[in-house]
Design a protein around this ligand. Sequence first.
Ligand code: GLV
Ligand code: MN
Ligand code: MN
Ligand code: MN
Length: 402
Amino acid sequence: MDSVSTLLDSIDGVGRDARRGGYSRPVYSAAESELREWFTAEAGRRGLAVESDRNGILWAWWDVPGIGRRGSLVTGSHLDSVPGGGAFDGPLGVASALAAVDLLRGRGVQPNRSLAVAVFPEEEGSRFGVACLGSRLLTGTLDADRARSLTDADGTTFADASRAAGLDPAGLGRDDEALGNIGDFIELHVEQGRGLIDLDSAVAVGSFVLGHGRWRLSVRGQGNHAGTTLMADRADPMVAAAQIVLAVREAARRQDGARATVGRLTPVPGGTNVIASRVDLWLDVRHPDDAVTAALVETIHGKAQKAAAFEGCSVTLTEESFSGTVAFDPALQRGLANSLGGVPALPTGAGHDAAVLAGVVPSAMLYVRNPTGVSHSPEEYVEREDADAGAAALADVLEDLL
Ligand code: GLV
Ligand code: MN
Ligand code: MN
Ligand code: MN
């Protein structure tokens, strides 16, 4: 029987990023593959039967003889990370699920239905650009052809990366058999803002997830020589991009509850003495009201067109992904609250596989306090006692649902 912290300590060295700090564990990289192997071994140690499905989702089964897998209780999270991410976003939910299995067995729980721990690939979308890629494929909310053609920064397609990971790319896509096995899905996750600090609680039940999406703005100008091109003669997309970044902040500040971010920007070709010919900016916009999100993106697009035109450039906007605001299953939320007695409910601005699954199966979430209030950064943290409280809460919830 291992504590959550013991489990997380055992993968502490995997995917450490000396340059960025924290961890870089993109899907199907050496680091994330090592974590998948770690999970397979830990699940195996517990006598769980581990399988990968055709979308690369790992399932570790505690089968109840004679009952089968339809309508099982499923918990889990992901093992991939953002570039330079923290230790908890994803792995906390996986380690807590394993610890919860230990706790349930220690309590002598005899399940009335099978239980699976699931690990979803490419939750962050850090490598192929679309977050929750595994759960979107599973539920059919992302077209399989589009998924296969997504490319990473090196030009590797998701089809080729999947093949290298031992999958058949032709098999990617909605999987009714795997979906039919999920009766209820519960994801435990590190809280990613100040929510639980302010509520002074170690654990909360998720209420809803803000709608969010990603858009690519490509600003095109005239690539040229930094030394010979007079300032008056330039069509520099980097200058337009700088104005667009400011416009994004301004537009979001004027809209109550909105968050808008440019977290990635790529100049092409990208040389110190080269005026870029193109700059790509990736825009992340979130708001509880999907109509407001759409209007905000339109406003930003308009401002981007103006900024580009002023610099003699042009700009195109492409939607890469969008997920509307999702409320978790009300009955399941009530059930979790009853199992835990008196824990607060908390919305989040972070996306999760549980929110994608919520469109198809009853889903719910538990959050564990993050005392730094910082996430997608090496400073993300969970105290050992809170991690234990989270695993115990997950075990309580699972016990009541089994
Ligand atoms: C995932 O963590 C996201 O919300 O971007
Ligand atoms: Mn996560
Ligand atoms: Mn994340
Ligand atoms: Mn030269």
